[in-house]
Write a protein that binds this ligand. Sequence first.
Ligand code: SF4
Length: 296
Amino acid sequence: MMLPPEQIVIRPPVEAYSVLIPITGGCSWNRCRFCGVYKNIQDYKIRKLDDVLRDIKISGQHHLNNPYIFLAGGNAFSVPTDYLLEVLNEVKGNFPFIKRISTYAKVLDINQKSDEELKKLSKAGLTICYIGMESGSDTILKHMKKGQTSKMIIKEIPRLMTAGIHASLYIILGLGGKKWTKIHANETARVLNAVNPTFFRFRTLNIMANAPLKEDIDNNVFEILSPLEVLKEERSIISQLSPSLTSALRNDHVSNYTFVQSNNIGKDRERILEILDDLITDPDVAKLKHKNLKRM
Ligand code: SF4
């Protein structure tokens, strides 16, 4: 049975204590080969604006003091700008102590909004978008049917940030498998250096049973990295980052094999590399097995 659009399937870990307001159900793209979050679980649907506004009013009565709101759905940023502006205004009217309003967005969604629209959204209170960059490699992005190129990432993320909205980019360690681990690291570092996002966050490839990539893994066409190889890949990305990068780094996901973080990767790069080297040379880490999480 497909879940209704008001049911939230996923949210970022950092939004665990936020008020969650469903805006869309499912994902408007839903084609990424590594992702099974919504496939045969929830169709893409924009909720009725009146229903969303009512939910915000009710939530405001119960969680008046909460300063964090997450606009939920696979990519709530895909809804028309006027709709989103009404939602943001309603949030501000009902949550007097608001500090952060956030949402998931695809690079394609940003592409479909003008500079003017992005500025209006920023002014209305949208603080941060969580965006799946996944990799900087065009070979991997194409193979995984991500629907974006490195050129698009380099063009659209700075547009969002120039409008005043923070960008948090997800990178999936291991997304190139054993075959493409080197180009995944090199190209991801290249794009991060070009974009200097507000945040970048590592996740580790974790395949759910309904993800199309599962078949390639079962047939040994795609080889999953070991935890040690994942850490080496992360090290390779970080070692290639420019010291002038000011991005914050987070490893805030249960799928990861390290939780190192930094508020300024350019300044902390050597410290993070030392921590990763300690892990990489630890004999116990070499024995670790891929976590293969059933739930995240
Ligand atoms: S990874 Fe994101 S964009 Fe891709 S199908 Fe999953 S939810 Fe949609």
